[in-house]
Design a protein around this ligand. Sequence first.
Ligand code: GLY
Ligand code: MN
Ligand code: MN
Length: 349
Amino acid sequence: MTILDELRGALRRAGVNALWISDPANVRAISGFTSGKDGRVLVTTEGATLYTDARYTVQAAGESSVPQFIARPPDTYLHAAAALKGLRVGFEADHLTVALLDDLRGHWPDSTLVPLRGVVQDFRIRKSAPELHSIRAAQRIADVAFAQVRPQIQPGMTEQDIALELELALRRAGAQSAFEIIVASGPNGAKPHGVASSRVIGSDELVTVDMGAQVDGYHSDMTRTVAVGNPSAELRRLYRAVLEAEEAAVAAVRPGMRAADLDRLARDLLTGHGLGEYFAHSLGHGVGLEVHEGPGLRGTSEDVLEPGMVITIEPGVYIPGVGGVRIEDLVLVTASGHEVLSHSEKEAL
Ligand code: GLY
Ligand code: MN
Ligand code: MN
């Protein structure tokens, strides 16, 4: 069964006859078309159409086997309207803007627009062999880049220097950076998503590096916190607590595990060290066409791990005025348990 057949089954269950897909990652998953700038897919019970504009005629023809209609709005909407008369048409409530929804309503007066959440995302949550191949390649490149640049994480270098070296290494290896690389040194480590700044790395500090590569549209995501010189006993204590929580959570990854229980396991360990209140985010997330996608590894998640999911395990503690530690591995859920895809060395502190 193709992903389109599976999607039509999901649309039937959701009580709609068609789906207007506007989220670029979902457009790519359904059609193969990679431009995030202008691509929409209309899926009906009988067929599917990829809409893009004339800048992408050649690219779309090369990438997608879905029949294409090259136009710009309003012609795009007018073409689609003909296929949608009298139908219930789902749209991606978690992506479509209010303005674009207004446009659709204006051009499709004879259709009923129905907000849906996560319909295509549900099909992306378990990775196919080719998808896994790309994610593994992305992680391999990130591991190589990290190993190349690790010796340069020294006093006197700025955070931006390190981020630039990492980005160069990723690009030289044929990948793009998956997201803006985080290099957070000393007290900046207390900002979970602080971007690399002009701060000069000092001696006896911890430096958190969060990086990923993108290969064929698929991402990797990994964090290492490294020691420069001899960090204080308190910083070492934080590091060891986070490492313990991270390793315990990774070891517990297996099919059937509830994501919320995994988050709880790591959180309870950090709480046992008196650090629970400093673990300021969820344990992790799925990774694929987007850096952050399902499943969500947080306390409120209903998700249950299944073979083929690629997730991160990334506990951290962030203490204002002191600094922080995050350790993040990329993990594949397998039929028998898990496989850790990120291989960069961790500190022994
Ligand atoms: N780099 C973002 C994250 O780890 O989720
Ligand atoms: Mn990360
Ligand atoms: Mn992450």
